[in-house]
Design a protein around this ligand. Structure first.
Ligand SMILES: Nc1ncnc2c1ncn2[C@@H]1O[C@H](COP(=O)(O)OP(=O)(O)O)[C@@H](O)[C@H]1O
Ligand SMILES: [Mg+2]
Length: 380
């Protein structure tokens, strides 16, 4: 039995669309009133071989059911190992953990179907800890997009009685949450804004022949100039302009999108730095444009945008974002006391706690579901 007013140790496991590795967060948490402290955090990178298999599956390359089944179990194994290593690092025993919340690895997501891999039974068996996983299907069965789910956490964690809060996660995909001052969860606005790091990463991989997975610090982009005509053209992308509720992934901004961009860049004779600068601007401007069109027009302007996810380490991206949104202050989550790398893993630890407490934990107004429901599957 999970009691609202007791303190627990819990672990959240997340690997996003960047597929860079497993973010593992050990937290100390009381569900109500919510009190949460990050105890230990670590990212456990996928090895190259595993990352290639996950990427192949997620890019929709031809595969076999045997490979998918094996990948599901192999990911379950490395997710379980992540918990074992994290607890060792934290000097907290597995027996002290009350639960694990595992998002798993998305390899497919559309309006109709979703698939997260990393067998939770393996996580539960290897750790001996009750594990909640597979959060998305319940929301989809209730008519929702199954995404985004972290706004439920953002709402509970960030809400302010007298001030609107804007949280922008920049993982593989960009995702925004707007929480009006002192409001009911039904008033939260949240949706995917389009590419996060995914397009920049894809271009970087292509330019380096696969040896570099991202533009560290945004250093290469900082040396280039934005090609305004191409940027304007790319910003007419259907998803970026689409009205929320909306969710996207590798299906929109994966290999096919990147290969098209590379072709156009070649035709316009862009240097590598100019290309990186332009796709970095694409990410920043898609975020700014979505906030303006679908949030600021109809609502009170927040004082600042809090940015989480790996994207806040990209200084060039953060700079362009700040210039694109002069009406507010752009700060990283770290500056507001939340570890920007850990934010989503923490969110899934919290979502799992809510599931175990039997509380509906989707925001139906955000996902478009017909009703709120208790997400996830519990494995003992
Ligand atoms: N030091 C850095 N400089 C620039 N970009 C970074 C840095 N560290 C991480 N990133 C970017 O963040 C991405 C990972 O972000 P993350 O929030 O883990 O995404 P996801 O949730 O999709 O896994 C990397 O692929 C990379 O693009
Ligand atoms: Mg990641």
């Amino acid at each position: 039995m999970i009691r609202d007013n007791s303190y627990y140790y819990a672990v959240g496991l997340m690997s996003g669309t960047s597929m860079d590795g497993i973010d593992a967060a050990l937290i100390r948490i009381r569900l109500r009133p919510l009190k949460l402290r990050l105890h230990t955090f670590q990212t456990y990178p996928y090895g190259n071989a595993l990352q290639s298999r996950v990427l192949a599956a997620a890019e929709g390359q031809a595969t076999t059911t045997a490979e998918l089944a094996a990948l599901h179990d192999d990911l379950g194994e490395v997710f379980a190992q992540a918990v074992l290593k994290l607890c060792r690092k934290a000097k907290v025993s597995l027996g002290q953990l009350a639960w694990i919340g595992s998002h798993g690895q998305t390899v497919f997501h559309s309006k109709q179907h979703t698939l997260q891999l990393a067998e939770p039974a393996i996580i539960a068996q290897k750790t001996g800890v009750k594990t909640v996983a597979d959060f998305r299907p319940a929301d989809m069965a209730a008519g929702g997009l199954g995404a985004p789910l972290t706004p439920y956490f953002n709402y509970h964690y960030f809400r302010q009685p007298r001030q609107a809060v804007l949280f922008q996660n920049i993982g593989g995909i960009g995702n925004v949450t707007y929480i009006p001052a002192g409001q009911h969860p039904d008033q939260v606005i949240a949706f995917d804004t389009g590419p996060g790091n995914m397009v920049m990463d894809g271009v970087m991989r292509a330019l380096s022949g696969g040896s570099q997975h991202y533009d560290k610090g945004g250093d290469l982009a900082a040396q280039g100039n934005v090609h305004e005509e191409l940027l304007k053209n790319w910003l007419t992308d259907g998803f970026i302009k689409q009205r929320p509720p909306k969710a996207c992934g590798r299906e929109q901004y994966g290999a096919a999108f990147v290969s098209d961009i590379l072709k156009q860049a070649k035709a316009h004779k862009l240097t590598e730095a100019d290309l990186l600068a332009t796709v970095t601007a694409l990410t920043a401007e898609s975020i700014a444009g979505n906030c303006r069109r679908f949030i600021f027009k109809q609502n009170k302007l927040p004082a600042e945008m809090i940015v989480g996810g790996g994207g806040c380490k990209n200084k060039t991206l953060m700079k362009i974002l700040a210039v694109a949104l002069p009406e507010l202050n752009v700060v990283s989550a770290d500056e507001r006391g939340l570890n920007s790398d850990a934010a989503e893993a923490i969110a899934f630890a919290f979502l799992a706690g809510e599931t175990l407490a039997g509380r509906p934990n989707n925001l139906s107004s955000v996902t478009g579901a017909k009703r709120s429901c208790v997400l996830g599957k519990i494995v003992y």
